[in-house]
Design a protein around this ligand. Structure first.
Ligand SMILES: Nc1ncnc2c1ncn2[C@@H]1O[C@H](COP(=O)(O)OP(=O)(O)O)[C@@H](O)[C@H]1O
Ligand SMILES: [Mg+2]
Length: 298
């Protein structure tokens, strides 16, 4: 659906994107994750032909955004980070307008129902809540029945429960056969939704892969924790898959890889120690992100 090789984009003498490469396959939810200012919006807007591109090879649905932006825009949906509509425009008017941009677009009555806006059909844009406006923007992005949709920070500004609703809606877009490019700075969102993602920092891709793959590669392994009051357990270092044993009074943290939990549990029990709070903690995408980006080093 998308292939990007060494994308470069400058604003005057400032290089916002210096080296971004990735590809997006049909039917996936692909994430672009990174701190504010990393170049995420610049990247996705360049792909849509909304910004000029200084270097690299880019193809979106087989078209070049430099010369074929109209072809691309006809086939994609886009919820831009800085979206706005006239306050007095009614919900149905906006859907009707966006749907008319392509013949054979979706019936906007269905979109109203899908996105929980049926009651708001005649409401003015300016009277909608933040969450309703956000859902309207996504509905508008889908109004031309796109093959590919770009969602840029669509859950920013939503309260936690509206975010969860939005996640379900994003999954539903994919189920209906549309490929999704999701731009976000929320790690939990990317971990929960994305099949694959790239992490961008200061205009460069610093890592890419599935959330689970990234966690295994950069998450610092597996941590096993438990409490034990008497005796010294430094012999745990001899147990297979254990790389490190740390103790803080009666609390132990054992680091290792793969099946370390099973080996530690079995070694403890074999010595008559059965901690009731033995548990494994997995790194999250947030740990990966902090170890990979400048936010983590400042
Ligand atoms: N139109 C512009 N003119 C000049 N600088 C810009 C412009 N748009 C973005 N930038 C700068 O480019 C960098 C990347 O911005 P952006 O792509 O919006 O990042 P993100 O979406 O990851 O937060 C930032 O430092 C931002 O200030
Ligand atoms: Mg942005």
């Amino acid at each position: 659906m998308i292939s990007v090789e060494n994308l470069q984009k400058r604003y005057g003498s400032f290089t916002a994107v210096s080296d971004v490469s990735f590809h997006v396959d049909e039917g996936e939810i692909f994430g672009i994750l990174g701190p504010n200012g990393a170049g995420k919006t610049t990247t996705v807007e360049s792909l849509q032909g909304l910004r000029s591109i200084e270097g690299g090879r880019v193809s979106v649905l087989g078209f070049d955004p430099r010369s074929q932006a109209a072809e691309i825009r006809r086939r994609i949906g886009s919820q831009l980070q800085e979206s706005a509509l006239p306050d007095r425009m009614k919900v149905w008017e906006a859907l009707d307008l966006f749907g008319s941009l392509r013949t054979g677009g979706r019936d906007w009555q269905d979109l109203l129902a899908d996105w929980g806006l049926a009651q708001k059909r005649d409401a003015k844009f300016g009277s909608l809540s933040g969450g309703q406006q956000q859902r309207l923007f996504v509905a508008l992005a889908l109004a031309n029945d796109p093959q590919l949709v770009f969602l840029d920070e669509m859950t920013t500004g939503l309260d936690p429960s509206s975010r969860r609703v939005a996640w379900e809606l994003i999954r539903r877009i994919r189920e209906q056969g549309t490929t999704v490019v999701l731009v976000t700075h929320f790690m939990d969102e990317a971990e929960s939704l994305c099949d694959r993602l790239v992490v961008i920092d200061t205009g460069t891709v610093v890592a890419g892969g599935s959330p689970q793959g990234l966690i295994e590669r950069y998450g610092g392994g597996v941590r096993v924790r438990f409490s034990h009051a008497d005796g010294d357990l430094s012999w745990l270092l001899e147990v297979p898959h254990v790389s490190d044993v740390n103790r803080d009074r009666d609390r132990y943290e054992v680091r290792g890889d793969g099946p370390v939990l099973a080996y530690v549990a079995s070694a403890l029990v074999a010595r008559g120690i059965a901690p009731v709070d033995l548990r494994q903690e997995r790194a999250t995408l947030e740990d990966v992100f902090l170890s990979l980006t400048e936010e983590g080093s400042t």
